[in-house]
Design a protein around this ligand. Structure first.
Ligand SMILES: C[S@@+](CC[C@H](N)C(=O)[O-])C[C@H]1O[C@@H](n2cnc3c(N)ncnc32)[C@H](O)[C@@H]1O
Length: 229
């Protein structure tokens, strides 16, 4: 699942900011690059295209597929995986150091049926075939409030189109945010796609790291579930 060479790794989809942990470049330790690359563990995917249609092989079993986009430090992903042992779980994340934190958590808690894809979701989602995914989770994505950054929103119509394509009929998209504008924007754009939408936030749910922070600050949480028809 790795690129074939360090040169390939450095070109194309893998920008320095996604590959290196924060501050790594500034540390002036580029000589560690090869070690770092070679040490990437088996459960961290660097080349998403190679996973297309190969997840059963990668997990060593055939099971429904859950994908969490922008999983951050992985608290939700790992707890959700723990509660759903009969699914295969994949976390997508832009930053390697967050993947490592999540991975350590999973290993400490004995959760083995989780894999991670490093990179921008718009690229990482190439890891999945059309109608291959059973559940997509998107929790507290960056709102990118300024209109000029609208295309970076993970609920931009271009991303919603990808989600609709990757989910199976009957597949489930779960979304939560503390940002009312992003929530309204998402609800508005979802109407153009084949989803039945239910707006609500369950009282009993696995809280994410960011969600705990927002709740402490007294912010309201907005959520929806959408089923692909
Ligand atoms: C605000 S944090 C929320 C993290 C986690 N979902 C939570 O609720 O605790 C957003 C996360 O998404 C990641 N992220 C942002 N844009 C992304 C993208 N285009 N592709 C993949 N991950 C992304 C960030 O690195 C960050 O970890």
């Amino acid at each position: 699942m790795k690129p074939d060479s360090l040169a390939e790794y450095r070109s194309g989809a893998y920008s320095a900011s996604t590959f290196w942990p924060d501050g790594f470049e500034k540390m002036g330790k580029k000589s560690l690059a090869l070690d770092y690359y070679q040490a990437t563990p088996y459960d961290v995917v660097l080349k998403p295209e190679r996973c297309q249609g190969a997840w059963a092989e990668h997990f060593g079993r055939q099971a429904p597929l859950h994908v969490e986009i922008g999983m951050g430090l992985g608290e939700h992903l790992i707890q959700f995986a723990s509660a759903h042992p009969n699914m295969n779980h994949v976390g997508l994340e832009l930053k390697m150091h967050r993947i490592y934190t999540a991975r350590q958590k999973a290993l400490r808690r004995g959760v083995r049926h989780v894999r991670y894809v490093l990179g921008d979701a718009s690229h990482s989602l190439r890891a999945f075939n059309r109608e291959e995914v059973d559940r997509l989770t998107l929790l507290f994505p960056d709102p990118w409030s300024a209109e000029r950054f609208a295309r970076r929103r993970l609920t931009h119509p271009e991303m919603l189109q990808i989600y609709a394509t990757l989910l199976k009929p009957g597949g489930h998209l779960h979304f939560r945010t503390d940002d009312p504008d992003l929530f309204n924007y998402t609800c508005h754009h979802l109407t153009a796609f084949p989803f039945n939408v239910n707006i609500s936030v369950l009282r009993t749910r696995v809280l994410t790291d960011f969600e705990k922070r927002w709740l402490t600050l007294g912010r309201q949480i907005y959520g929806l579930d959408a089923w692909r028809h």
